[in-house]
Design a protein around this ligand. Structure first.
Ligand SMILES: Cc1cc2nc3c(=O)[nH]c(=O)nc-3n(C[C@H](O)[C@H](O)[C@H](O)COP(=O)(O)O)c2cc1C
Length: 255
């Protein structure tokens, strides 16, 4: 089984390609009821974007809420346990973070890989989508990287092959907890006059946090900062306070 989370499609693309190559069931975490999930297959894989040099809290919460029997079955089937994260640049200690979450459920993370893909983080000053040439290069290189990871997983070559980057401890142990606490203020989301009332922001929200009232979006409190609403707006009408003025938009074009 391959479980994945994705806001703008990079991890969805990676998870789809991996699950197909390995012949494993694919499950989108926000649409999966952990309490009704029964393990099947020969792999227990997690695919997700790196968030603030760590694992998206939604993924950690999902692991925490899977039933005991799920992990017992995975162990009985001697499932290979692995993760593949997509990131704009670097993972810092994301594998360690996921390993701890799995360890607390009695299973050992055996393999961890990262795939560099276009950056979608735009809500802090100084952060923006990649320049077009960088975006295009990352999109050109990602499929082959995913295929080579799939081949290693299929051969049972479990290892850690991630782009850790500099100051990893500081980023994962100091900044990531701050992101968990202060990373998103849902009340800052708003729409501007360009809004077409197309409701796309609501349709793409993985946590169904964006409802439509009077034709326009209203954000609830379940925002997981995936930025799907922002990046998918066809007219750049979704804004996060003043932080996203003149910032780029990105949605993974790979299928
Ligand atoms: C809230 C947030 C935090 C992010 N933090 C990091 C990071 O620490 N390191 C990094 O390389 N990329 C970071 N990114 C970029 C994403 O990890 C990257 O673009 C990823 O491939 C997006 O995956 P998705 O399209 O499946 O949502 C961040 C993106 C978001 C939305």
């Amino acid at each position: 089984m391959v479980f994945f989370f994705s806001g703008t499609g990079n991890s969805r693309f990676a998870a789809g390609r991996l699950s197909e190559a390995l012949g494993e069931d694919l499950r989108f975490i926000p649409e999966t009821h952990p309490e009704h999930t029964v393990f099947s297959g020969r792999h227990l894989g997690f695919v997700f974007p790196v968030y603030s040099w760590g694992v998206p809290p939604l993924v950690l919460d999902f692991i925490a809420s899977l039933p005991e029997a799920f992990f017992e079955d995975a162990k009985r089937c001697a499932a290979k346990v692995w993760m593949v994260c997509t990131c704009g640049d670097e993972t810092a200690l994301s594998p360690e973070m996921l390993a701890r979450a799995l360890e607390s459920r009695g299973v050992r993370l055996e393999g961890a890989w990262s795939v560099i893909m276009p950056n979608n983080y735009v809500i802090l000053p100084g952060f923006n989508t990649d320049p077009k040439d960088v975006e295009e290069r990352k999109l050109r290189e990602a499929p082959a990287r995913i295929d080579s990871i799939a081949a290693e997983i299929a051969r049972g070559e479990m290892k850690t092959d991630v782009t850790v980057g500099s100051l990893a401890r500081l980023k994962s142990r100091l900044i990531y907890p701050l992101f968990r606490r202060f990373g998103i203020f849902p009340s800052k989301w708003r729409w501007n006059d360009a809004c077409l009332r197309c409701e796309r922001c609501s349709l793409v929200c993985p946590t169904r946090n964006v409802r439509i009232a009077g034709g326009h979006p209203v954000w609830g409190k379940r925002c997981v900062s995936c930025l799907a609403c922002y990046h998918n707006c066809p007219v750049h009408s979704v804004e996060y306070g003043n932080a996203t003025h003149f910032k780029g938009q990105y949605v993974c074009p790979l299928k």
